[in-house]
Design a protein around this ligand. Structure first.
Ligand code: PHE
Length: 338
């Protein structure tokens, strides 16, 4: 009897097949209801008592050999069919998870796209700036009270080196190197020493625009802004409110009409229906002169906006900190080709 079990064990160990059907009939012949294993287990009663222990051990070894063999052959079969699938050029592709653009990049690219359609080029500059480009050239001489409007991070207590507080510094650099006509936008990261809250952050992004040519007027500025807000927000009504910036005269704050339909509209517009989206104005002649452009011959306008603010409006995001936390659940919600 034991010999018979041993013979089967050898046969099981020797068995091999790459055919699903052969493996299945092997499995049935051993482990099926009327298979060899059940037969041998049934014969256990007839085995003499002194052989029972050895017989039982052999039989259990045979049973696990059968299971292992079937499992390993089926496993090979499965991985082989998987490989074949991968090599199949007609298969539909796996849904590969690609990355998304950051919402700030999406909005920045949209704004760049809108302005590039009317001839604006992109200019960039350093994030670590000197006092001249960030302040003095922009009509903010030392001790000018308006410097307090922008809480500045200075580098290593050197009051001349700082993290730029706006990308207007890039426009100064651009004007120093180019003569009009100038039509450029400057996107970039800016830094202000402000407490972090849902509404403000010490790091944020701006896009500032600059247009200098002969006889540029405030009407040109308004027309450009109207074109921009319509392209970005859809049909939009804007208004310009008098304001103050040291580098523009006159200066204005741009509001768009957001509407007052929902409770959220009411909250974010503080009940007015209007939302402030950027600052603008006619470039102060002093600034032109500081940058080597003759204010008698040329005039220009400038405007600047925070990208976070625009993105928060477009996507109804209520907390600016979300942009900097890199939470994949937040970032995953933005898909764009731009
Ligand atoms: N530089 C201003 C700011 O950072 C924005 C601005 C740019 C205003 C150009 C007027 C003209 O707040």
């Amino acid at each position: 009897m034991i010999d018979e079990v041993k013979k089967h064990l050898k046969a099981v160990e020797a068995f091999s097949s790459k055919e699903a059907e052969a493996i299945e009939s092997f499995r049935v012949s051993y482990a099926g209801k009327k298979g060899i294993l059940n037969e041998l287990f049934a014969a256990f009663r007839t085995v003499p008592n002194e052989e029972k222990k050895a017989y039982g051990q052999e039989l259990n070894a045979l049973k696990s050999a059968v299971h292992e063999k079937v499992q390993s052959l089926q496993g090979q079969l499965y991985s082989k069919s998987k490989q074949q699938k991968i090599q199949d050029p007609t298969r539909t592709p796996f849904p590969i998870q690609t990355g998304n653009r950051h919402p700030l990049s999406v909005v920045k690219n949209r704004i760049i796209d809108i302005f590039s359609q009317i001839g604006f080029t992109i200019s960039e500059g350093p994030e670590i700036e000197d006092d001249w480009h960030n302040f003095t050239a922009l009509n903010l001489p030392a001790h000018h009270p308006a410097r307090d409007m922008q809480d500045t991070f200075f580098i290593q207590t050197n009051p001349d080196i700082l993290l730029r507080t706006h990308t207007s510094s890039v426009q100064v650099r651009h004007m120093e190197k180019n003569q009009p006509p100038i039509r450029t936008i400057s996107p970039g990261r800016v830094f202000r020493n402000e407490a972090i809250s849902a509404r403000s952050h010490c790091i944020f992004h701006q896009i500032e625009g600059l247009y200098i040519a002969k006889e540029v007027s405030f009407a040109d500025l308004k027309q450009t802004l109207q074109y921009f807000t319509t392209a970005l927000f859809g049909n939009s009504k804007i208004r310009l409110r008098p304001s103050y910036f040291p580098f523009t005269e006159p200066s204005a704050e741009v509001d768009i009409y957001w509407g007052l339909e929902t409770e959220t509209d009411f909250r974010i517009t503080k009940g007015t229906g209007w939302l402030e989206i950027m600052g603008c104005g006619m470039v102060d002649p002093n600034v032109l002169e500081n940058c080597g452009i003759d204010p008698e011959r040329y005039s220009g306008y400038a405007f600047g906006m925070g990208i976070e603010r625009i993105a928060m409006l477009l996507y109804q995001i209520s907390d600016i900190r979300l942009f900097f936390e890199n939470d994949i659940r937040f970032l995953n919600q933005f898909k764009a080709t731009l």
